[in-house]
Ligand binder design. Sequence first.
Ligand SMILES: *[C@@H]1O[C@H](CO)[C@@H](O)[C@H](O)[C@H]1NC(C)=O
Ligand SMILES: *[C@@H]1O[C@H](CO)[C@@H](O)[C@H](O)[C@H]1NC(C)=O
Length: 447
Amino acid sequence: MWKVLAQLAVVAPFAHALLRFPCSQLVTQRFDPLVTPGIVSPHVHQIIGGNAFNISMDPNVDISKTSTCTTCKFQEDLSNYWTAVLYFKHPNGSFIRVPQMANQFVGSPNGGMTVYYIQPANNQKVTSFKPGFRMIVGNPMIRTKNVPANSAEARSLTFRCWGANFQSDPSYPHPGTGPLDTIALPPKACAGGIRANIFFPSCWDGVNLNPSDHASHMAYPIGDVPRDGLFFMGGSCPSTHPVRMPLLFMETAWDTRQFNNMWPTDGSQPFVLSMGDPTGYGQHADYVFGWQGDALQRAMDTCTDMSGQPDGCKALHTIPDATMNRCTQQVQVNEVVEGKYISALPGCNPVQNGPNDASMPSSCNAISTTGGVGGPAPTVAPPVVNPPPPVTTPSNPVYTPPPTPANPDAPMQTHYGQCGGQGYNGPTVCQSPYTCKAQNQWYSQCT
Ligand SMILES: *[C@@H]1O[C@H](CO)[C@@H](O)[C@H](O)[C@H]1NC(C)=O
Ligand SMILES: *[C@@H]1O[C@H](CO)[C@@H](O)[C@H](O)[C@H]1NC(C)=O
């Protein structure tokens, strides 16, 4: 037994370890304590995580101590994460929020997002974010992106056009890759909804926790994004940002299906992000670190489950979906943002197609104060019209790994050693009598 454990321990660092877990919706409103602390934000965000979230959040206050509940699967994660909300623009000019649905293989969170903390495939050690750490990816004002298609900047924010029942292109299962994942909002109706894929940069300058732009302390690893996306981007960090952090990745699952038969007759796509962006190029997300103590570092050091199943991470504690879903906040801005058709996007957000940057109207009659609401937060999403059929595939996202090229000169792998998987480039042939068996798309083992 010890021998097996010892060998597994040696094997584990080769693996492409990750945590993957759902966080349901905490509240949806015009708050953005990073960009516009203390005032009502220009556009609507959906917020997940700990309930210390507020209109302003002092970086010196440790939210892992002031939050009393979290909408995330791990009890230790009291961080906050937020992104823009998607609206459908009816041909008659009214808008309604697109409901969010539970992502694939996450249980039954109430809307929200799926969060991933991914470690590099090449055995680099990652350093956890620290208390006070905050970052933003993306820019809500832009309406075009003139960057090389394989750059991290291009691939970090994309939208997957799902076929029915979460169907993806089997040749490109990974987020941000292949013809179904576009940098702009999908140009055609997506039978199974749309998933937003958001990768934050993972290289830190090692000094600044929260610079005034909330972004210049972070950078992407050097080089082009490989065929299988940022998920599998080993690479090294630039010398200006030498510290490799977990790759933070988030997915939002939008149930656009009920709108697919209401597209404008001119064929233009009818969805618009809450900042008045019908292109998708202005997609953005914010992160406020709030893990308890060294919980995230411990998880990164010891949780090497290649499928990222929350229950597989013994360093952390999971909470039931119902407990996550009970953690909500009252809306503090007295305006309708969801659940019914509204005549304009909340805030001052005329739809602006670009390609020039969006401009803020000099005045509009949007509410700019909090208060006068009371009562519980409205339920997140209107009921899903056609619930997705039950998923019958195994309980974690398993894809057939592409064949790993055989190298006759390569050494042979020993019992329990890794012998394949995306992002792996070690020995692929097992010593007799063992054979190489795929455990998931990232990991095959000699057994
Ligand atoms: C949010 O901030 C307001 C004051 O700005 C305060 O009254 C309220 O208690 C805070 N809410 C939470 C959940 O901290
Ligand atoms: C547009 O259509 C929706 C759905 O039928 C309706 O609720 C909304 O009031 C309409 N808006 C206008 C301006 O007619």
